[in-house]
Design a binder for this molecule. Sequence first.
Ligand SMILES: [Fe+2]
Length: 333
Amino acid sequence: MYALLNQFKIPFFFLYILVSFYIEANESQDSLKIGFGSCLDQDNPQEIWQPLKKENLHAFVFMGDNVYGDSDSGELIQMQIAYTKQKQRLPRWLKNLNPLAIWDDHDYGLDDGGGDYILKKDSQKLFLDFWKVKEEDPRRSQEGIYFSENKNLKDKKILILGLDTRYFRSPLVGEKRNYIATTDTSTTILGEEQWEWLESEFQTETNLIILVSSIQILATNHGFEKWSNFPHEKERLLSLIKESKKPVILVSGDRHKGAIYKQDNLYELTTSSLNKPLPGWLETVWKETDPLILGTMHYNMNYGVIRIESSGVISVELKGKEGEILQKASLKI
Ligand SMILES: [Fe+2]
């Protein structure tokens, strides 16, 4: 250690001040603010980072379609180009947060793609390289990009679990935009290995689990991809949450619409898109509803913020492109 310090000519005293300041800053922090977003087209303007910068976030989670690089053939040439562009567009302050990420179909490689995608291993390598996932990280040796990350806030432990809803997923049933629920209980979204990992993560001693899925978990009322298309998998997940008796918040993206859903005591924040809204006329011909939605769906660009106070009060917010609150929920752990 001494040799190292000497090599870089760092005085011990200066290092001591820096370390003390860092520890103190973290200990005195009385809230943890995590941002969420999905569907970020590398070719569209990215004004959404302006309100997000003002949030002074401690962490940020990308929930898929973090670039649009898929192609009909599944080849990854477009993906490489998309990542190169996106790298230049993400703001410095965001990069400094070392954002966490899962993928959805457009950064996986195939529109609505699943486990049968041939280039998924190559795509995983591109994804992990782009998101600067370390060589010793389990994602470098496992199949799929699911991960867990711990955050601490004074005496509270927060566990962020990111799911891979693509790598192992069985084929969908029905037509595009009109998928239906399968009755085949041998089919899967997560695959057995990821299920075992998830079940063991739920055993962790923690005060809050934030469970991140690219596709919606609670939504019932549309024909696109969602956990409801695999009812036995959804049931398994909801049972796992219930039996764990731990506070859980669900977060998802994918839809190019945002809303907060509530089923019993379980909230799901769906936030999409960061910069790729659906055409405005669509809302006039089909106003999506769901019995579980609090308020209404929001079609314009949006992002999510979960703020955890050291007192245990948590706010879950869906915010618009000016940083205005579109919908809010509160809970206490
Ligand atoms: Fe998307």
